[in-house]
Write a protein that binds this ligand. Structure first.
Ligand code: DUT
Ligand code: MG
Length: 157
């Protein structure tokens, strides 16, 4: 389901040679927040991820994120729960001006070796609006009730 309504921001994808035959990212259900990303590893060379090891897994695409948005690469909860596979840098940040291949930094926090095969839905991507702020240096910050309290200052109950 990749139909484009005129008011929707448009994500353009440029397929790389090793992405040939990989399905485009898509929302799996009508209310899905994320689109699943598939692994563009070679069919005859699946990626073996030993416990404790990490790997940068290709998606096979250059993404042109619309200006004013970012893509956040996040783990899939099923892979995390069943296999201990997660994204090391979650959420990974894809800038709207990035024109390289999007890759997913997976890490195996499980006890078993995990094999990533071509076409496997390995992670998901959420497109989110970004606000770029103006920055200035100031001599003092405004007063608040919280003040400098943090890191558990309000308790747990
Ligand atoms: O999971 C990720 C994270 C990043 N990137 C790409 C797209 C992103 O726009 C670029 C830079 O990412 P980031 O800013 O997180 O990395 P950095 O270490 O700060 O590198 P740079 O100095 O290139 O910004 O790398 C990915 O393909 N996958
Ligand atoms: Mg950066």
């Amino acid at each position: 389901m990749n139909a484009h309504a005129p008011s929707q921001p448009l994500l353009s994808l440029v397929r790389l040679p090793h992405g040939e035959g990989i399905e485009l990212p898509a929302y799996e259900t009508s209310g899905a927040a994320g689109m699943d990303l598939r692994a563009a590893v070679a069919t005859d060379a699946p990626l073996t991820l030993e416990p404790g090891k990490r790997a940068l897994v290709p998606t096979g695409f250059v993404f042109e994120i619309p200006h004013g948005f970012e893509a956040q690469i996040r783990p899939r909860s099923g892979l995390a729960f069943k296999n201990g596979i997660t994204c090391l840098n979650t959420p990974g940040t894809i800038d709207s001006d990035y024109r390289g291949e999007v890759k997913v930094l997976l890490v195996n926090l499980g006890e078993e070796t995990f094999v990533i095969e071509r076409g496997m839905r390995m992670a998901q991507m959420v497109i989110a609006p970004v606000t770029q702020v103006a920055v200035r240096e100031a001599t003092e910050a405004s007063e608040t009730t919280r003040g400098a309290g943090g890191f558990g200052s309000t308790g747990v109950r």
